[in-house]
Every structure is written in structure tokens, then in C-alpha cells.
Design a protein around this ligand. Structure first.
Ligand code: C5P
Length: 406
């Protein structure tokens, strides 16, 4: 029963495949999930609220401006009181509204307000599916972490043939189970916080200060912790990396936002700060684009950013294990040792990021693990392997598993 106790918010939008949503509710409930339904006005042209209510054994929500609905369960609460939001069928229209961030009905508002993972099962005419507008919207949604199942190829209700048929109910159930079924392992029941990527510090509305961090190492650590069963919150600056599976991803831009997101993710058993946080931000942020003119080039006044690692290491909700990185270009181990003490963290992973090493942006990493009671020099490993080795060491330290060779 992979779905026992899981709460699914099912949004049914207006397509001929809406009738399959009824079967989907049945199958999900058979597997132990509870299902709450939002029916769009378009969806209600194809199936009735009564049939959805009967099958879900719950009331059906459809009106953003209904006083009864809002007093019973407001749209914000609706968007949060679920483990997963599923849109099936997802029409071209609702995908476009999601991509644009519209909030013009209950379904779109819930999708904009939710902090939960979203899975969509697109269903539409083959030409609507192939249209660049739809494909661009899907690409944007994918980059934002929205998961997709289907569509399939086949005959359509409109007598055409091609891609656009909604995935079969069993496929949607399998995608939901894959999304919700967290791996069991030595870190099951443990909460982990990981920071990753660079931060961008704005100068004016179009310019910012950044660094070359790719986010690969932090994302690999988050994935490795989740694979051992941990409940992972990944707080990431802007990166091109895909969301690691089975993690809650919080996207931020600046160091100040990253700090707030990390604080909000506490308590945690372990925090791994792999982000390359900008040390400074611009003191006087220009509200308009700074013009190139006759005057001398502008001088930027910088102020120090909060140190997230040090704050986690010394803060009131200190995780049992606080781990930082030290990206150095000289005296790698000596500098990292000093940093471990200065920042109040338990372990530091020190790596040489001199230009010749290709560590920033590359796939490989050579690290030294520095603890209070000793040091280990790890061989050159892929960033995925560094993540796995670190996750195994964390599991051992938290008393949940064997330390392997880490
Ligand atoms: O002081 P330095 O930037 O070299 O320290 C690197 C470590 O501190 C990394 O783990 C990084 O994620 C963390 N850090 C942080 N907040 C900052 C600066 C660094 O969490 N403002």
C-alpha cells in the first residue's frame, strides 16, 4: 500500500478525459490515499461534482468566491493540506495559466499558492499539444519542477491520431506512487536541510553579482540523503540543475532569502551548507537601471551578507550535525580547519577550487573531510559519489547506519 495515508488534491479540468478522473479517484482510494477534488467550470461540463463527491467521499471545491467553500476550507489551506497536487486531465488552457502564474479561478489559484509537488497529466488535441505555445509552457513548468505523466499517442475523440491522449489511470497512479513513495533507509525519519547553488545579489533591476557555482554538488548531496530515506529540504539559488527526486525544493535568489528559507526549514537533524553564498550584497540597490552616462563609472558599496552556516552552527535550533564546505584556492586543509572552528560547524568538506581543478561547474570533486577528531582525504570522485559517501557518513553519525568507508 504505497499510498496509505497520503493526501492527494486532484484538480479536474475541462477535457473529454475528465471521465477518467472518476476511475483515478477510485484507484487512489483503493491504495489507501485520501483524495480531495477541485473541479473547474470546464471540468463540470464533462463530469458532475456529485459523482466526484460520491467517489472521494468528500465535498468537491469549485468556486473561488464561494463564501461557504472559503469559510470551510480557504483556497490557501486547500493548496497546502495535501502531499501532492495532481492535475488530471490538464488541458492546454490550465497548463498555460499555470505557466503564466494566473489566479483567475480556484484551480489556478490553488496551483499558484501551493508549496507541494505538482504532477500534471496533459490531455488535449494533437495539434494543441504540438503547438509551440503549449510546448514552451511545458518546458517552463518542467524547469519549475512540475512533474508530468503522458500524454500518450493514440486515436482521439476528435477523430485525429497522435500525441495528446491522457495517460491511462494505472500510469497516473504509478507516477503518483513514484512521486510520493519515499525510499526507506538508515535516514528514514530524519530531516535534512541542504543549501546549494550560487546566490544572485542585485545591483539594479537588470544586473546582479554572482559566482560560478553550478549547484551540482549540493543537489547531489540532497539526492543522496533522500535516497537513504531522509526528508530533505533543498534551498537552492539559481541553477540549471533539475530538482533531485523526493526532495522539497525551495528556490531563492539572494543570500538574505536563502537565510530566511533555511530558518523556515528548521528543525532538522542535519544541515549541509553547500551553497556558494555571496559574501556581500549591494548596499544601495538601485530601483531603476543605472544609466551609462557622462559621469564616472558608479562605485558599488557592499555590505556583508548573513553567514547561514555560522548561524545554523550557533543558532537556537542547531541541527545535531552541521556541515559546511570550504572552497579554497590555497592552504586548503589549514584554512578549512580554521573555518570549522570559526563557523561552529561539526564537519567541513574542503575542496580546492583553483581554476586548474575544474571543480566549479565540473562533475568531479576531490575533498578532505575535516572533523573535530580527525581528517580524511577522499580520492577524486564524481559529485554524485561525494554525495553518497557524505550521506553514508551522516547516517553513521546520526546512528542510523553503517559508515561504509567514509
Ligand atoms: O566563509 P566561506 O564562504 O568560505 O564559507 C563557506 C561555507 O560557509 C560553505 O559551507 C557555505 O555554504 C557557507 N556560507 C554560508 N553563508 C555565507 C557564506 C558562506 O552559509 N554567507
Amino acid at each position: 500500500m504505497a499510498l496509505a495515508g497520503k493526501r492527494i488534491l486532484l484538480i479536474v479540468s475541462g477535457g473529454i478525459a475528465a471521465y477518467k478522473a472518476l476511475e483515478l479517484v477510485r484507484r487512489l482510494r483503493e491504495r489507501g490515499a485520501s483524495v480531495r477534488c477541485v473541479l473547474t467550470p470546464g471540468g463540470a461540463q464533462f463530469i458532475t461534482p456529485l459523482s466526484l463527491a460520491a467517489l472521494s467521499e468528500d465535498r468537491v471545491y469549485s468556486d473561488l468566491f464561494s463564501l461557504t467553500d472559503e469559510s470551510e476550507m480557504g483556497h490557501i489551506q486547500l493548496s497546502r493540506a495535501a502531499d501532492l497536487v495532481v492535475v488530471a486531465p490538464a488541458t492546454a488552457d490550465i497548463l498555460a495559466r499555470m505557466a503564466a502564474g494566473l489566479a483567475d479561478d480556484l484551480a489556478a489559484t490553488v496551483l499558484l499558492a501551493t508549496d507541494k509537488p505538482v504532477l500534471v497529466a496533459p490531455a488535449m488535441n494533437v495539434r494543441m499539444w504540438a503547438h509551440p505555445a503549449t510546448q514552451d509552457n511545458l518546458e517552463l513548468l518542467r524547469r519549475r519542477g512540475v512533474r508530468m505523466v503522458g500524454p500518450n499517442e493514440g486515436a482521439m475523440a476528435c477523430n485525429e491520431y497522435g500525441f495528446g491522449r491522457m495517460a491511462e489511470v494505472e500510469e497516473i497512479v504509478a507516477a503518483i506512487a513514484a512521486q510520493l513513495g519515499r525510499a526507506e533507509g538508515p535516514l528514514t525519519g530524519r530531516r535534512a536541510l541542504v543549501t546549494s547553488g550560487p546566490t544572485h545579489e542585485p545591483i539594479d533591476p537588470v544586473r546582479y553579482i554572482a559566482n560560478r557555482s553550478s549547484g551540482k554538488q549540493g543537489h547531489a548531496i540532497a539526492a543522496a540523503l533522500a535516497a537513504l530515506g531522509a526528508e530533505v529540504t533543498l534551498v537552492t539559488g539559481p541553477t540549471a540543475e533539475a530538482d533531485p527526486p523526493d526532495t522539497r525544493v525551495v528556490r531563492v535568489t539572494t543570500a538574505v532569502e536563502m537565510m530566511a528559507a533555511c530558518r523556515a526549514a528548521l528543525p532538522a537533524d542535519v544541515a549541509v551548507c553547500a551553497a556558494a553564498v555571496a559574501d556581500w550584497r549591494v548596499a544601495d540597490l538601485a530601483s531603476e537601471k543605472i544609466k551609462k552616462g557622462a559621469d564616472a563609472a558608479p562605485a558599488l558599496r557592499l555590505v556583508e551578507n548573513p553567514d547561514i552556516l555560522a548561524s545554523l552552527g550557533r543558532g537556537p535550533d542547531r541541527p545535531a550535525l552541521v556541515i559546511g564546505f570550504a572552497a579554497e584556492t590555497e592552504q586548503v586543509v589549514a584554512n578549512a580547519r580554521a573555518k570549522r572552528a570559526r563557523k561552529g560547524c561539526d564537519w567541513i568538506l574542503a575542496n580546492d577550487v583553483s581554476a586548474h581543478t575544474g571543480t566549479f561547474g565540473g562533475d568531479a570533486n576531490r575533498v578532505h573531510l575535516i572533523r573535530a577528531d580527525g581528517e580524511e582525504a577522499w580520492p577524486a570522485l564524481s559529485k554524485a559519489e561525494v554525495g553518497q559517501r557524505l550521506a553514508a557518513a551522516i547516517a553513521a553519525a546520526l546512528g542510523g547506519g553503517t559508515d561504509g568507508d567514509a
